[in-house]
Design a protein around this ligand. Structure first.
Ligand code: OOG
Ligand code: NI
Length: 471
């Protein structure tokens, strides 16, 4: 039997191989990423603090886009076979410039062990065809009928996926068949693109055209994880690959790495065939795919995230006021003044998530552990190991979409948007969309409870049981 996690690891590896043949710049990116990861692992004894080198080397996220709730349900079935579940809700329709008509979630493993085995995740976006700001009633109905006629995933693939989900894996020949069909479902289709239809959707949004203007779905990008994204950014430039103008997310600074830093480049135009108005088929090209790379840091609690969001908004405000100033420096100064400088401060202030363990070798000397987390850490009762941020950032995601766009598109901001939230997305998928904060909190609480029990830290355990945010 090939267990779930092995299916996931094999799927990620094969998808990466397939994508490398489709987008050569991705192969360059993997080479440079691999060099830098080796260098960092060789010089920095702490390089494995946020995931061992084996995990980081294999680590990828992908992005796909689908058109209907039915397509999303099928994608969810395939991901469920791989032990990947919807986490988080992202609404990208409201950005001031280049808003995109999609709502999204990320499919990923949710358990500590599964993440450690292979953390493959796929950012998955659903076209909001009923959003009147983008699509009028006539276009919506033509889109719906176009999407209703296509089938992204063959029934055999879906049957195997369901079987794999129910049995926690697949027997060998079926596993092979499942992986082959699953990878093929995300390849670029040779099917000719209807020129007029694609162009009509492109006037609304390039993302709408990429989703609803073609007969199949495809991987939009596949993103490796790098241990030093600033070094990678420079080195890609030396290889003549033009990156977007900056690294998104937190600035580089001396304090702990938190959340997610990402940067990207536009892939080259790819040959596609088109069906013209007179029925003839011509050769052409489309430029919708992407290269992206990311560095991951510590997962923040709601409080830590609120602080991050404030600093980001302030950095944006200052950058808008002083367009001549270096953005990184502006942000760094704000962080130096206003963000916890050490992991210890993040833990004691409950601004980030950690795995807690009882410190080994601390003499008790007849003392009782204190009730508060800060005291437990300061007096050396507990050690804290950071949890990696496994999710995405809406602002960076919007930035990635935006740099993908050929034009600004059109959106009638005077009309009301279709309301959408995590609950409605859960209904569309037919599976619960998990709250990322709750998942990290569960991981943290489990370790804390175990550590406190083994320390016989009665007061701290009672505080935890009383439902306080932490002891
Ligand atoms: C997804 C964009 C979001 C990220 O890393 O934030 C994303 C897309 O372009 O389909 O992948
Ligand atoms: Ni991405």
């Amino acid at each position: 039997m090939v267990p779930t996690w092995r299916l996931r690891a094999a799927f990620a590896r094969r998808l990466s191989g397939m994508y490398g043949t489709e987008v050569p710049a991705y192969t360059t990116l993997l080479e440079v990423t691999g060099q830098i990861n080796d260098e960092v692992a060789g010089r920095d004894p702490d390089a494995g603090r946020l995931g061992g080198i084996a995990r980081v080397t294999a680590e990828r996220h992908g992005a796909i886009r689908v058109g209907t709730a039915e397509e999303l349900r099928c994608a969810a079935q395939i991901f469920a076979a791989l032990g990947m579940h919807p986490v988080g809700f992202y609404d990208l329709r409201d950005g001031d410039v280049g808003a995109v008509p999609v709502v999204s979630t990320a499919f990923r493993p949710t358990g500590t062990e599964e993440l450690e085995r292979n953390p493959f995740r796929v950012f998955t976006s659903l076209l909001t065809t009923s959003d009147r700001r983008f699509f009028d009633a006539d276009l919506e109905s033509r889109l719906e009928s176009f999407l209703g006629r296509r089938r992204l995933f063959p029934p055999e693939l879906l049957r195997l996926a369901q079987h794999a989900e129910e049995s926690g894996g697949l027997e060998e020949p079926q596993a092979e068949r499942f992986l082959t069909l699953a990878v093929a479902a995300f390849e670029l289709s040779p099917e000719p693109v209807d020129r007029a239809w694609y162009a009509e959707l492109e006037r609304v949004s390039a993302v709408a055209a990429d989703i609803g203007g073609v007969a199949a779905t495809h991987i939009n990008h596949l993103t490796p994880r790098v241990l030093d994204i600033d070094a990678l950014y420079r080195r890609m430039g030396e290889r003549d690959i033009t990156m977007i103008d900056r690294i998104q997310g937190p600035p580089r600074w001396d304090g702990p790495d938190v959340l997610l830093r990402q940067t990207s480049f536009r892939a080259l135009a790819e040959p596609r065939t088109f069906r013209e108005a007179d029925g003839s088929v011509t050769a052409g090209s489309l430029r919708v795919r992407f290269g992206e790379v990311e560095a991951r840091g510590i997962a923040l609690t709601r409080a830590g995230r609120a602080r991050y969001d404030e600093l980001t908004a302030e950095a944006e405000r200052q950058a808008a006021q002083h367009p001549e100033a270096d953005r990184q420096e502006t942000a760094r100064a704000l962080w130096d003044a206003g963000f916890p400088r050490t992991e210890h401060q993040l833990a004691a202030g409950q601004q980030a998530f950690f795995t807690y363990r009882p410190a080994t070798g601390r003499p008790r000397d007849g003392q009782h552990p204190p009730a508060g987390l800060a005291g437990l850490l300061e007096q050396g009762w507990l050690t804290a190991h950071p949890l990696v941020y496994e999710d995405f950032l809406p602002r960076s995601a919007a930035g990635i979409f935006r740099s993908n766009l050929t034009g600004e598109g059109t959106r009638d901001a005077d009309l009301a948007g279709t309301p959408f939230d995590a609950h409605r997305l859960s209904e569309a998928i037919g599976r619960p969309v998990h709250d990322p904060f709750a998942l990290y909190a569960t991981q943290q609480d489990r370790s804390l409870r175990r550590a406190l029990s083994s320390l016989e830290a009665g007061a701290a355990l009672r505080a935890l049981d009383a439902g306080q945010p932490a002891p």
